[in-house]
Write a protein that binds this ligand. Structure first.
Ligand SMILES: Cc1ncc(COP(=O)(O)O)c(C=O)c1O
Length: 538
């Protein structure tokens, strides 16, 4: 197939992606997103933006789950990929060393620090975690692994065994024996487990991807000391945090910690080619490879392929050129500062967590009765339902893509590209305030979820509220009913009701009509908020 014919094929089918995927790939997952109001056909991507087939621009703060930290279609990364293809290089020769792989390993070791001496490449985050499981089991001859509650290390069999969310492991027993969870930042719990002397490795995300819990630097340093004392390998999972996102090249080394192994993935190849890497100390390398016959103990067919290596080299250079860690710190402070201000004004915001450009906003019940009743109603069905509504409104009304970080977590999370502009920061803060303030004014996101499981729950709640069918206590703040006629998405609910899918809390919440946001003119954040939508960084 020539390049021309591929271009033609893409052009002809780009806007039928949903249709094709529904038929042949994963219709259930797509349906889930559709019910969550997250359906759009994107046809163009650049930097921090996506454009749909009608030309509408979205500010993408999800960034493919964090892989586009350097921005989508970064010119330097794309040029590197074109160069590799034009040079018609030898690739995946198996018996020969790869020059690009060697160069990338050298760059990663420079960034990671002198405690590391070797790099193993793989194709995904989960695969990198499997490398750590296998290497540490082999070198220590121990069978037990420690992980933290709230942790996420991937979805392969070994990695999911280290997952700190029980609901994600449901129906998959038996998992890898023997894995024990301990609470984050609880050094005594860690000491108790490690002192048993049977733990091969301890897996820690310095900032947890799912919960955005930040490990204390003291905790991390003490964890390292305990691991050294009891012969356990400390594995820092930097698949999400690595390469500048939290304000230092690696979050763990930024805290002065020296893990035995460190995993890197997401950001590494500019999002263009699957890749992961494990950097390790000489002690770990020798512990596994000192026996000559162990050479092929780990091998993965596509790891160290030219396209992955070249795009990663270009990404690392691009990140260095803009001093990505400093930029992430600075933009992170701007975002956090703005969100903290909003938390002072809107009491449904519980706290802001995370570090650098890895931020979550946690929600709680408002003191404003009108809102709280609705939050409790949907919260009874799914603890993360309020966040799901925010997620939906940010997407459909504000064209800002954020995410729900994990199961039953009542928070939205952002992983912005490091290339976002200050104007993007203001836009996000304005859009977020529009969304939240609307819930205080005209009924909230939840009262109109009058279908399925929530409908029943609402009926009983309504009885408690004056003006809504019941005598109830004397409430000075009655819940206003949002008018369905304000819902400019009439097909969303119809789709849901016609669907054969079970009605889930996420789906119901996602289809809630929300009031049109009303700006508050005196608000300084709002003043700066450009209502024309996000603009590209020049
Ligand atoms: C910290 C962490 N570890 C591991 C993984 C798994 O990576 P992958 O999805 O590439 O297998 C992820 C993915 O989100 C992650 O954030």
């Amino acid at each position: 197939m020539t390049t021309g014919s591929m271009k033609q094929l893409i052009e002809e089918h780009l806007s039928s992606a949903t249709h094709l995927s529904k038929r042949h790939v994963h219709p259930r997952l797509l349906k889930m997103f559709e019910l969550g109001g997250m359906s759009a056909t994107f046809t163009r991507a650049e930097g921090q933006y996506l454009w749909d087939k009608d030309g509408a621009r979205y500010l993408d703060l999800l960034a493919g789950g964090g892989v586009f930290f350097i921005g989508r279609n970064h010119p330097r990364v794309n040029a590197a990929l074109r160069d590799v293809l034009e040079l018609e290089l030898p690739n995946l020769c198996v018996v020969n060393a790869s020059a690009l792989g060697g160069l990338l390993a050298e760059r990663l070791l420079e960034l990671a620090g002198p405690q590391f001496s070797k790099v193993v490449f793989a194709n995904s985050g989960s695969e990198a975690i499997e490398v750590c499981i296998r290497f540490t089991r082999y070198m220590t001859r121990r069978r037990r692994f420690l992980y933290l509650t709230g942790a996420f290390h991937g979805r392969t069999s070994g990695a999911i065994s280290l997952c700190g969310f029980e609901q994600m492991k449901e129906g998959q027993d038996p998992m890898m024996p023997v894995c024990t969870s301990v609470r984050p930042n609880d050094i005594e719990a860690l000491r108790r487990e490690l002192s048993k002397g049977d733990v091969a490795s301890l897996f820690i995300e310095p900032v947890q991807g799912m919960t955005t819990t930040v490990m204390d630097a003291d905790y991390m340093r003490e964890a390292q000391a305990l691991c050294e004392r009891y012969g356990t390998v400390l594995v820092a999972d930097e698949i999400q945090t690595g390469l500048g996102r939290t304000g230092s090249w690696f979050a763990s080394t930024g805290m002065g910690v020296k893990p035995g192994m460190m995993t890197i993935s997401k950001t590494l190849s500019g999002g263009q080619v699957p890749i992961s890497a494990v950097v390790m100390s000489e002690e770990v390398y020798e512990g596994v490879y000192s026996k000559f016959k162990n050479g092929p103990i780990y091998f993965s067919t596509f790891a160290e392929n030219n396209l992955a290596m070249a795009s990663a080299l270009a990404t690392v250079e691009a990140l260095k050129a803009i001093d990505a860690p400093a930029r992430a710190r600075d933009l992170g402070e701007q975002l956090r500062g703005g969100l903290i201000e909003l938390a002072k004004r809107y009491d449904c915001i519980d706290r802001i967590s995370g570090k650098g450009l890895m931020i979550a906003v946690y929600f709680k019940g408002s003191k404003r009765l009108a809102l709280r009743v609705q939050q409790e109603t949907i919260g009874a069905v799914d603890p993360g339902a309020f966040a799901a509504a925010v997620n939906f409104d940010m997407f459909s009304k504000q064209r800002v893509i954020v995410q729900i970080p994990g199961p039953e977590i009542n928070a939205i999370k952002i992983l912005p590209p490091v290339t976002i502009s200050e104007e993007d920061v203001r836009y996000f803060l304005g859009a977020f305030e529009d969304t939240i303030s609307g819930y205080y004014k005209t009924g909230g996101p939840v009262l109109t979820l009058a279908s399925g499981a929530v409908k029943d729950a609402l009926r009983s709640v309504k009885k408690m509220i004056p003006g809504m069918g019941g005598a109830g206590p004397d409430l000075s703040d009655p819940v206003p009913v949002a008018s369905p006629s304000r819902d400019r998405r009439p097909t969303a609910k119809a789709d849901l009701l016609e669907s054969n899918e079970p009605v889930t809390a996420e789906a119901v919440t996602a289809n809630a009509p929300t009031p049109t946001p009303t700006p508050t003119p005196e608000d300084p954040v709002k003043k700066k908020f450009d209502r024309r939508g996000p603009r590209a960084v020049s």
